[in-house]
Design a protein around this ligand. Structure first.
Ligand code: NAP
Length: 549
């Protein structure tokens, strides 16, 4: 970039910031009530998170008189009144609700701050009708703790679930959001080594982000729940196309389908963006030299939202077909003419002894989420592909002492990444298989087998990051009886049609090169095919244009 480009970029950024501020101001000014926010922070020098919180909260409250901020030290009488022991701690409307946040609304957590303020400003929990029923049935206190990190894209969803619960039942439910970097000693007490993780009355109720209804059910039953059956009177949404999965394939398909004229929805159970949301850096998406995975996702989501309605945090339980397809989620039913499966892929497990038991206790599949916990500590990154190397570089970059273990004598990763690995002095243990992961409450050692030297030995580590590829998410396809390839991907033709007429697939679940740009290409191709097929269904003869197999 030359000087002129830099200046233009600066002006552009400034304009964007001003636009965002104006939008926020309009939203806040529209609040039906004033929201008191108390920040308890230490001195600027001792409490950098507190200092950052103060800056953010001051700029937010400075936009409107509907947010009233007070900043105090831990020695203030209010700190005593509300039993605040850690700085920074933020209290939201403490006269009416029990919502406290031990941490700073930075990074991903900025979303939690804005959504919490929005809910409080409108004085409504925002829970779905079904979740409200569950909240009403609670008959004893629930003290929720959600451990979060500002680099975890899944965390805001779970934090907001908890805030909603606290707003729905202020008589029984309190919530404390705990940032693992700000309060590592509390995270250690709870063995919270992966984020988000939620406890109620000190009992584990959920690992990972959940759809709101599953969170409420877990809170009610006081144990992790995986299935929620919506009431028969759940809301129905009519559309032409339901896209299941909000990664690059699904988002691109949404843009293309809507622009073709199809009334389209995107349903996503986890964080939007899929794997890209947790990719530390992306350097091969054309037009963008270098960008954080989550930042790229945010751009794609903002673009998709211009055209298509997105339903995040909703899990698809079932797809059935009558005269139309009926897609049943944890919250509602979508009646549509076609379905696109853009369900992506999930992390492959090693299958080593100890892996399941110690998951979330030193074993992680997400370096951007959990990496900060291991700052200054030794971890092993397992894998030899682009993901493992990108993540090892990220861990090194944030101050983690990382070594890699790869089962062969050569890495699969691109040469460019391999070069960065050696430039950053990251040691690779070649020909090395993980035989076992050991530890009592948390990971302490890994048992490694060196196949070149035929030697087994133990390596002490604080954590193990596993990045050995992905397996296609084909549960729904299996339920639908859709044909798979020998490798387990959804079998499609060149139009992205599956073996069931009216159901299509795109992205990693179809196999192929599994790049962001190829997933986007697959999504656009599928959307255009669907449009053409809905105009002129290939599955029907001239007389019968609507029957489905
Ligand atoms: P991948 O390319 O499939 O690599 C998986 C790695 O894990 C391989 O090195 C493999 O070893 C190893 N592995 C697989 N199963 C194992 C097991 N049971 N035990 C030990 N090691 C095992 O997966 P990925 O790295 O997650 O990448 C997925 C896709 O995303 C790829 O297409 C990749 O190009 C793309 N991606 C691109 C970028 C980028 O461009 N910057 C970044 C991330 C991902 P072997 O080599 O012996 O098979």
């Amino acid at each position: 970039m030359n000087q002129h480009d830099h200046e233009e970029q600066h002006i552009h950024n400034h304009e964007l910031e001003a636009q965002a501020q104006a939008q926020l101001k309009a939203l806040f000014d529209n609040f039906g009530r004033q929201v008191p926010v108390y920040l308890f922070a230490g001195s600027e020098k001792e409490d950098q998170f507190g200092h950052a919180s103060r800056q953010i909260l001051e700029s937010v409250s400075g936009l409107t008189d509907k947010i009233k901020l007070e900043v105090h030290g831990l020695d203030h009488e209010l700190a005593d009144k509300y039993q605040i022991r850690h700085a920074p701690t933020i209290l939201f409307d403490p006269e009416n609700y029990h919502i406290r946040w031990m941490g700073a609304p930075l990074g991903e957590e900025a979303r939690t701050l804005i959504e919490t303020l929005m809910l409080l400003g409108h004085g409504d929990s925002g829970l779905s009708a079904q979740s409200r029923k569950v909240a009403k049935q609670l008959d004893s206190p629930r003290e929720i703790k959600v451990f979060i990190s500002l680099t975890c894209p899944y965390c805001p969803q779970q934090s907001i679930n908890a805030v909603k619960a606290a707003m729905a039942r202020p008589d029984l439910v309190s919530v404390e959001l705990v940032d693992i970097q700000v309060a590592p000693q509390i995270a250690a007490q709870y063995d919270a080594q992966a984020t988000p993780v939620a406890f109620a009355n000190d009992v584990l109720i959920a690992r990972g982000a959940q759809p709101e209804e599953l969170f409420m059910l877990s809170l009610q039953k006081m144990e992790p729940q995986t299935v929620f059956i919506p009431d028969s009177d759940a809301e129905e949404v009519n559309c032409d196309l339901a896209i299941i999965g909000g990664g690059p394939a699904g988002l691109t398909a949404g843009i293309y389908a809507s622009r073709s004229g199809l009334d389209t929805v995107i349903i996503e159970r986890d964080a939007l963006g899929g794997q890209v949301a947790t990719t530390p850096v992306v350097e091969n998406y054309p037009g963008i030299t270098q960008i954080g995975g989550k930042a790229l996702v945010d751009i794609m989501v903002a673009h998709a939202l211009q055209y298509v309605q997105i339903f995040p945090g909703e899990e698809v339980m079932e797809v059935s077909s009558q005269d139309m397809f009926v897609v049943t989620t944890s919250r509602r039913r979508f009646r549509c003419k076609a379905v696109l499966l853009a369900t992506g892929a999930s992390h492959k497990k090693l299958g080593a002894p100890g892996e399941k038991r110690l998951a979330g206790r030193g074993i992680s599949y997400c370096s951007t989420c959990d990496g900060p916990l291991f700052k200054g500590r030794r971890v092993l990154m397992v894998g030899g592909g682009d993901s493992a190397v990108t993540e090892a570089l990220h861990l090194k970059n944030i101050g983690v002492d990382v070594i890699m273990a790869h089962r062969r004598d050569k890495l699969r990763a691109q040469k460019h990444l391999q070069k960065l690995l050696s430039e950053n002095g990251i040691r690779v243990l070649y020909n090395t298989q993980v035989k076992e992961i050991k530890g009592d409450a948390q990971v302490s050692t890994v048992v490694l087998y060196d196949s070149a030297r035929e030697k087994t030995y133990e390596q002490p580590v604080d954590g193990v990051f596993i990045s050995i590829g992905y397996q296609p998410a084909v549960d729904l396809a299996n339920k639908l009886g859709i044909e798979l390839t020998q490798q387990g991907y959804i079998k499609t033709d060149q139009h992205h049609r599956t073996s069931r007429p009216g159901i299509y697939a795109a992205g990693d679940v179809e196999g192929g090169y599994k790049q962001i740009v190829t997933a986007a290409g697959q999504g656009s191709g599928a959307a255009l095919s669907i449009f053409e097929d809905l105009v002129s269904p290939y599955w029907a003869g001239d007389e019968e244009k609507t029957a489905r197999g």
